[in-house]
Write a protein that binds this ligand. Structure first.
Ligand code: SAH
Length: 348
């Protein structure tokens, strides 16, 4: 096992057979070794820095029906909300006062926000906060729409591929196309965004063969950011009673991603912090180098419920920042409030 991990550390690649062998046979001892190699790799690329992003969840209306997700269209119990442009801007102001240099606008696929409205939101934010990066995470759109947002000033786009297994993808996304989601990622890259892909860990029926596909797809796509987290069941979805993904398997995936793509920006996600009180710290120690505290108004936090038990629903943004900062420094890392662009990216 150690030989394989050393090879991955040196070459940033394992073929299908080697990777499957590693996943099938990893034990406590070589897991620690893997995490240690991932940590060494992150120290070589971005050092001990952890980049901070302010997350604004601006709508929980969604036309899609992802089987695992609490804001899926079919969930009649979801209490729906939309933020106005003024509310979005005041969340940004709060973020700016706290020192954030990235705002992440995330939401369901909500036709209320037409391309014109999204462009207006981007322009308004850039007008007030010209040196702040804007990340969008609003799902699958046409090439033309993505291009309009980019030209209006959006810098980054998060669109997880969710799973690289076509069969599993189709089971979990009744209204969607596996091919289109991937096409979107290639389009975003072509336009010039810093692109974030990623997948869930521990989905019902997901296998080590599926993770091999995920890692190889990511290696091929070469995204600038990768968001992964454990699947967590949501009470109002068809997967309500399915088991959650675990901290252990998510941490192994984070370490493998850091070794496959050394320069990637890799968040220790909220979902990871939700399944274990020290989840985010463990994610950072396995190669994670981004944290995304919530800037959404308190009144809507509980409503953006993708999965059960999402943390930090009560914290003030300022408190939230303090709490997370303490956690990061106690874990032995340093906070970086700069824009934190991927080292290989320049705006075209
Ligand atoms: N509408 C946007 C944003 C989706 S929400 C889009 O389509 O990209 C952001 C991410 O939350 C999703 O990509 C998914 O990976 C994750 N997510 C949703 N439900 C989840 C659940 N039950 N458990 C864990 N992660 C979940």
């Amino acid at each position: 096992m150690k030989k394989l991990i050393d090879k991955l550390y040196r070459e940033n690649y394992l073929d299908e057979k080697e990777l499957l062998d590693l996943l099938n046979n990893i034990n406590k001892e070589n897991k620690d070794y893997l995490i240690d190699k991932a940590h060494q790799t992150r120290m070589r690329t971005y050092g001990d820095k952890v980049f901070m992003r302010g997350l604004i969840e601006f709508t929980n209306y969604c036309k899609m029906d992802c089987v695992y997700c609490g804001i899926r269209a079919s969930n009649k119990n979801a209490d729906r909300y939309r933020l106005t442009i003024e509310e979005i801007l005041s969340a940004c102001e709060m973020g700016d006062r706290l020192g954030y240099k990235t705002f992440v606008l995330q939401g369901g696929e909500d036709a209320f926000y037409t391309d014109d409205k999204i462009v207006e939101i981007i322009r308004e934010i850039k007008k007030e906060f010209p040196d702040t990066a804007i990340t969008l995470s609003i799902g699958e759109k046409s090439y033309e729409s993505y291009k309009r947002y980019y030209d209006a000033g959006a810098d980054r786009y998060l669109l997880r591929h969710e799973t690289a297994s076509k069969e599993l993808y189709e089971r979990l996304h009744p209204k969607a196309s596996f091919e289109n989601r991937r096409e979107c990622l290639w389009n975003l890259k072509k336009i010039g965004y810093q692109v974030g892909a990623g997948f869930m860990v521990g989905l019902p029926g997901q296998t080590n063969e599926d993770y091999v596909k995920d890692l190889h797809f990511l290696k091929e796509l070469q995204p600038h950011m990768i968001g992964i987290g454990p699947f967590i069941s949501h009470k109002d979805t068809p997967l309500a009673h399915k088991e959650n993904g675990t901290l252990e398997e998510t941490v192994v995936m984070l370490a493998l991603i850091r070794l496959f793509l050394p320069d990637v920006l890799l968040p220790a996600t909220t979902a990871l912090g939700t399944i274990d009180p020290l989840g985010r710290e463990k994610g950072l120690k396995a190669g994670g180098n981004v944290v995304m505290p919530n800037l959404s108004p308190i009144s809507v936090r509980e409503k953006y419920s993708l999965y059960n038990g999402k943390i930090c629903t009560g914290d003030e943004a300022a408190e939230c920042r303090k709490c997370i900062e303490g956690r990061i420094t106690r874990a032995g890392f340093s906070i970086d409030m700069s824009r934190g662009d991927n080292i290989n990216w320049r705006r075209k």
